[in-house]
Ligand binder design. Structure first.
Ligand code: AQP
Length: 327
């Protein structure tokens, strides 16, 4: 069975982009792949965080993983910091990466270009920790949204470099990017992707938003003056984004969604999209409440840690031995 691995960093409440671009796919893949899904909690400390707030996001993220349908008996669901081998391997991989590679990583480059100062060293090197997260498990595929492709590319480059230098050490993984919904855009500014850490939350639908709030956000999403519901990301980015959301949630193609709405006015189209989103949130939130009040999170993480750690510890051992630094 081929292996897959992916994770989400709980730097805020999970949103519809995380669901469509990542989570819903993880749930499908757990049926046919050996699936490893982790909560990237170490990645949250790369930028200053409020510990109380981050703890809530962390618990909510795990509960939402489970509410979305991830199942501890099908997938290995674990907390990154429960498997400390990640940090060890991350250091080793950082010693096999170049400054120029990290300079080019989008998140760091964007912030530097904006003139931000005082970024932590961890923020600069986190892509090498991410490479460790991936390479540790010899995954065949890494299902991610479009924005994360660069990180998987770095992991591939490091793997190839180390394999060439020391002999076969890591499987070189492939990014797996869904055809529909790999980049859900902000509802208010469809030129930017929907993100947890945006200053304004009007353009982002959080999975724990009340149905009323979510409906309102969709109804006030930015559109255009063309007045035809069609997929044209250049001239109608807002409408195209709403079509993508609808198509992804209904599991149909964008073309099929376009056909459904071809004679709709924008207001009526938005109502239909809002209804789909609300139905998803109601289902997720009812399961979330049940999960949060049970011991399922603890049981899931205990089981996940045990399985993930076995693989991680063998891999780290192999790497240390190959590098000649293990006694
Ligand atoms: N808008 C999006 N559309 C589709 N997929 C998305 N993903 C994130 N945003 C979208 C995918 O979700 C997975 C987990 O991402 P992450 O939360 O670990 O990091 P991120 O991509 O940096 O997400 P955010 O919301 O933008 O976080 P912040 O604001 O903290 O940087 C990934 O597979 C990602 O592609």
């Amino acid at each position: 069975m081929q292996r897959m691995l992916s994770g989400i960093k709980p730097t805020g409440e999970l949103h519809l982009g995380n669901y469509i671009g990542a989570l819903r796919n993880f749930v499908k893949y757990q049926e046919d792949y050996e699936m490893y899904v982790f909560i990237a909690n170490l990645h949250t400390v790369t930028i200053p965080q409020d510990p109380k707030e981050i703890h809530k996001y962390l618990i909510d993220a795990i509960a939402l993983y489970i509410a979305c349908g991830l199942d501890k008996d099908k997938a290995t669901i674990f907390l990154q910091s429960d498997v400390l081998e990640h940090a060890n391997l991350g250091f080793i991989l950082s010693c096999h990466s170049y400054e120029g590679e990290l300079d080019r990583m989008t998140q760091y480059k964007d912030r530097k270009q904006k003139g931000e100062t005082g970024l932590s060293v961890g923020f600069y090197t986190y892509p090498t920790l991410m490479a460790a997260d991936i390479l540790m498990y010899d995954a065949d595929f890494v299902p991610v949204g479009d924005d994360q492709k660069q990180h998987v590319e770095l992991a591939r480059d490091i793997a190839e470099r180390m394999n060439n230098r020391y002999g076969q050490m890591f499987k070189v993984p492939k990014p797996l990017i869904a055809e529909v919904g790999a980049r859900i855009m902000d509802l208010q500014d469809p030129a930017r992707k929907m993100s947890k850490s945006d200053q304004s939350d009007k353009g982002c639908i959080f999975l724990l938003d009340s149905p009323k709030t979510a409906r309102k956000k969709i109804m006030s999403a930015q559109t255009d003056s063309v007045n035809i519901v069609q997929f044209d990301t250049e001239n109608q980015p807002g409408i195209s984004n709403l079509l993508t959301i609808y198509a992804a949630l209904k599991e149909i193609t964008i073309k099929e969604a376009e056909l459904i709405f071809k004679d709709y006015r924008y207001g009526d189209f938005k109502k239909e999209v809002a209804q789909e989103v609300v139905e998803l949130l109601e289902k997720l939130q009812s399961d979330y409440t049940e999960i949060i009040n049970s011991d399922i999170i603890e049981k899931t993480l205990t089981k996940g840690k045990e399985k993930a750690q076995k693989i991680a510890s063998a891999k780290l051992d192999q790497v240390l031995t190959t590098l000649g630094i293990k006694i």
